[in-house]
Write a new protein. Structure first.
Length: 678
């Protein structure tokens, strides 16, 4: 959807440009007509006016006839016996005026005249930058880090030296002017600028230049950026170019063909990202570094497949024998491809190699490949099966993220690391076995695997990362093995079918929201080893009726299934499913922890005992039946969000307390009914 929106905005820009061109042509045609016919008409009318006794040189007549500008109205004494001759002289003079005017109008192709360009003071420069750019000033540089303005035509202030990586990425700018002071432009600085039509560079800049609105290094050897919105359909790279920079043709959505000259020695990866209509990349016969086979770009020796054009309408493709490496982003966004055969000669597959190949259904990875790099198959939403060879030892970040149709995957025993988000969003994945060599489950590795019913976590795993199994809605049980020491933030949050969880005696910390909203969980036991439990760790577990703490635990204890700190001073978690409608917090408690009662579905009344001094954030959040909370004078701190999403309480509930107390102050500030008690 995001890609579609980007392309629509680019098409709108093109439409706007074409409309302007059409209007300009209409005015030009009208002007030609006026120049050709009006003087002849005047030459006929003026003598007739004299015969009628009218003086065409009078002010009112001059005003009326001035609508024919730039043609001047001849005075009565200048009218000779040859009115046509006089008119021809006026036409000649007018054409000279028009020609002179046209010479004064600079075209967009010209460099910005900068003979008077002056470097402002730091104070002046900051005034020009403020509100339009985020920037960083050091002793020897002024860096634009991010464009935050709303102008479409942007002029970089003189004095700026650096445009940082991604500084203008995904902004709607249409034109950018670069002064002589800019010496460095970062990677992806203009990536995703789908409306950008032209670069204009100061003629005094010694590091960059623009030709036909395209950005080059000053010596012409580096092609830095082709504006995505310039509408090019075919482009032959100039013979002066020796290197094509990263993302140089990014988002050129109309581009169908590119010709690489023999001078080019290097092409950065990702050069043709988002060129959805590109069907061929041609290479000059004399080039000794690259070659083209059927419009597909290879290294000259044929060992590296560099770029398969995204617009090439092939549904099946067999990579030639002899290819040993598939470059990063090589098949990026090739939406027509359904099947790719990779030969046994391939040993490396670069990151994002098959990124967003939405219709790719199957792929076999050769035995000689030893790693699945970052994002290799990310976004391949139709991929149903994949065979990972035994020689693979690592699976990178996001490697299979968004593979919504992937139902099963066998991870070989030799794999020792699985990256962040590796299987994030694999909605159809039903089971997975993690090899014994893996020592940690990383951040969001299996997040959103909605069909995953079981998972085996090996004994060597020592940590389970943030949101590792977040929203695995079908997961029914999990055993945390003996070597795990920490369960990360939201690690099992929203696992709505999770009924049982066994936490080993090696776990020392359970982070914030670790089991939040596990609505099928009925009971949990905290082992002796646990020393810290984060806020909301068991919040909104609607069917959780009891939390047990090991009798040997020195940090926590359980009273009637309610979790307290070992000294009894903090109420940590009141189970959301506990079938009590009224509850009085015991004497000795001094604080109510964050989200302590969060999501409780039965409580209607809570009495907080004297001695409690603070009520934590979201303590009574989303308590659906709560009507009354009694707060003692001892309470001096009530967090703002204490009743967030407790809609019924906020509208119909009441706070009970002493007049003039913190309780009354809070009730008044938040428009909650207050009842004073003795």
């Amino acid at each position: 959807m995001a890609a579609a929106l980007v392309k629509d905005s680019s098409r709108n820009a093109r439409h706007y440009k074409n409309c302007n061109a059409s209007i300009s042509q209409n005015f030009s045609d009208l002007g030609d007509f006026m120049k050709q016919h009006v003087p002849i008409l005047l030459a006929f009318l003026i003598p007739m006016l004299h015969l009628c006794g009218c003086d065409p040189s009078e002010k009112q007549d001059e005003t009326i006839l001035s609508a024919t500008d730039p043609v001047s109205v001849p005075q009565s004494e200048e009218i000779g016996s040859d009115p046509l001759s006089a008119s021809e002289e006026q036409i000649s003079a007018s054409e000279e005026q028009i020609s002179a005017s046209e010479e004064q109008i600079p075209t967009s192709e010209e460099q910005i005249p900068t003979s008077e360009e002056q470097i402002p003071t730091i104070e002046e420069l900051t005034k020009q930058l403020d509100g339009k750019f985020e920037y960083k000033i050091t002793d020897d540089s002024v860096n634009i880090t991010q464009y935050v303005g709303d102008a479409l035509i942007v002029t970089i202030p003189s004095g700026v030296t650096n445009i940082d990586n991604f500084a203008f990425s995904n902004t709607p700018i249409t034109s950018i002017s670069i002064p002589k002071s800019v010496t460095d432009i970062g990677v992806g600085a203009f990536m995703g600028c789908v409306n950008l039509v032209e670069f204009l560079v100061s003629e005094d800049n010694t590091h960059f230049k623009s030709e036909d609105g395209i950005l080059f290094s000053a010596d012409g050897q580096k092609l830095i950026q082709v504006p995505a919105g310039n509408g090019l359909t075919e482009y032959t790279i100039p013979n002066s170019v020796t290197s094509i920079e990263n993302s140089a043709f990014d988002s050129c959505e109309y581009l169908t063909s590119v010709t690489v000259p023999e001078s080019v020695k290097s092409i950065d990866r990702g050069t043709f990202i988002e060129c959805d209509k590109l069907t061929e990349i041609q290479v000059s016969a004399g080039n000794t570094h690259f070659k083209s086979v059927d419009g597909i770009l290879f290294s000259a020796d044929g060992k590296t497949l560099i770029q398969f054009p995204a617009g090439k309408e092939l549904t099946e493709y067999t990579i030639p024998d002899g290819v040993t490496s598939i470059e990063g982003n090589a098949f990026d966004s090739c939406v027509y491809l359904m099947s790719v055969t990779i030969p046994e000669s391939v040993t490396t597959i670069g990151d994002s190699a098959f990124f967003w190949c939405m219709n790719l259904t199957s792929v076999t990875i050769p035995d000689r490949v030893t790693s699945i790099d970052d994002r290799v198959f990310s976004g391949c939403s139709s991929l149903k099966s994949v065979t990972i060879p035994d020689g693979v030892t690592s699976i990178g970040d996001y490697a299979f993220s968004g593979c919504e149709s992937l139902t099963s995957v066998t991870i070989p025993d030799g794999v020792t690391s699985i990256g962040d988000h590796a299987f994030d969003g694999c909605k159809s994945l039903t089971s997975v076995t993690i090899p014994d060599g893996v020592t940690s489950i990383e951040v969001r590795t299996f997040r959103g695997c909605e069909s995953l019913t079981s998972v085996t976590i090996p004994e060597n795993v020592t940590s389970i990362g943030e949101a590792a199994f977040f929203e695995c809605k079908s997961l029914t049980s999990v055993t945390i093995p003996e070597n795990v020491t920490s369960i990360g933030e939201a690690a099992f949050s929203l696992c709505k079918s999770l009924e049982t969880v066994t936490i080993s005696n090696s776990v020392t910390s359970i982070e914030d929201n670790a089991f939040n909203s596990c609505s099928s969980l009925t009971s949990v036991t905290i082992p002796e080893s646990v020393t810290s439990i984060g806020g909301s760790a068991f919040a909104s577990c609607w069917n959780l009726t009891e939390i047990h703490a090991s009798a040997d635990n020195t940090h926590f204890k359980s009273v009637d299934g309610i979790l307290f700190s070992a000294d009894g001073k903090t109420l940590v978690q009141f189970p959301a499913g506990k079938e009590l409608t009224e509850y009085t917090i015991p004497d000795g408690v001094t604080s109510i922890g964050d989200a302590a009662f969060c999501g409780n579905k039965n409580l209607t009344s809570v009495t907080i005992s004297e001695g409690v001094t603070s009520i934590g954030a979201r303590a009574f959040e989303a308590c659906m039946q709560l009507r009354s909370v009694t707060i003692p004078e001892s309470v001096t701190n009530i967090e703002e969000s204490v009743f967030s999403n407790a809609m019924l309480f906020m509208s119909h509930g009441k706070i009970r307390g002493k007049a003039g107390s913190k309780a009354e102050e809070f009730a008044t500030e938040h428009s909650i009914q207050f009842q004073a008690i003795e």
